[in-house]
Design a protein around this ligand. Sequence first.
Ligand SMILES: [Zn+2]
Length: 390
Amino acid sequence: MQGLELLNTRKEGTGESVLSQEHILSRSDLELATDRKIRAISRLAYDHNPFLHRLFDSAGMNPHADVSGKSDLLKAYKKGVRTTGADVEKLYADYAPELPTIEIWSSGSSSKSKKILVSRDALIRSSRGQERRDRASGIQDGQRVLRFSAEAPHATSISSVPALFHGSPKVRTLAFHLPSLYKNVSKAEKERIARSYIDMIYEFNPDHVRGGVFAVYKFARWLVSYGLDIEKLSVKSVHLGGDPTTEEERKAIGKLWNAEPFDSYSSSEVNLVSYECHSHSGMHINESDIFVATVDPESGDDVGGNKMGRDLCTPLYEDGEMPATFFLNYSHGDNIAILEDTCPCGEISMLSTHPTRDTRKKLITGFGLDIKEQPSIVRRAARKIGRSLN
Ligand SMILES: [Zn+2]
């Protein structure tokens, strides 16, 4: 294993220029950049994470010699270099104790809660993605974004902060944490809290609303039940993410806010995967910062374009950037297809379908929107949500 000092003095190995997605004008340049970053991150992971080092060794591959880009990474996947939620606590960088890091926890809604170490470079990467996503949906400088986030130590509690030190749009954000505090408080106290939120929202007068599906639907409805009149606001767009949704659910959320709904696909582990633009022709893959492939979970084969497959995500970093947790060939267990059509908006990044999840447990129990699928579960969930919110 190399030491931190050695790592910091590594020289740029490829000699290629480093351009962000916003400055890359052709697909071929984007493909080259992706390959370069795959080389950088697979080598760094091999040198600084014993678990991934062993997986590469078992696959008979050394990233320094055998990984030149996308196709080699997919070859490694077939040979067992793959990670899932169950591996997260084996994926920290050995240099992580020498960096300032934030420890965040995934929600644990669909599996056990996972602890992820986030470095400064990972936060900067995440803010680049947020900027791309916000620009694509028309959020502009000077506007106001009302954000509902989970409480710390969950990922969304920190995800609005990087925007303050990186990039634009230069929006003003008002952030509410979700109301887990409403358990065991009196009805009068709940009403007082709801009314204070509503007054703040009126005063803030948001142009856009952002949050997880639970937040922008159930929590918003809870506020409405205490008198929030959404007609008094002029919200242009509502941005949801965190969990896969159906088109009907997105429409219901748009209708509730009287605003255009935008989906985004992200996780605590890999951050932003894809996002919608105004064309709503699919989800733009955040290609400068993540390599996304679709594979057959049985054979491990790349399924190619326009076919549904299991998601495979590798967050990308330039040579010299240092994540504190490595996700190589990481699958959320979701299903997506990468589309062969380009988007009418002119953005060069590839499109994918909206993700679907085999187990819709969280969506059903968490949000109670999915009444067609399993009515008995929804009734139980509705009672549970009623208990926690009312
Ligand atoms: Zn587009």
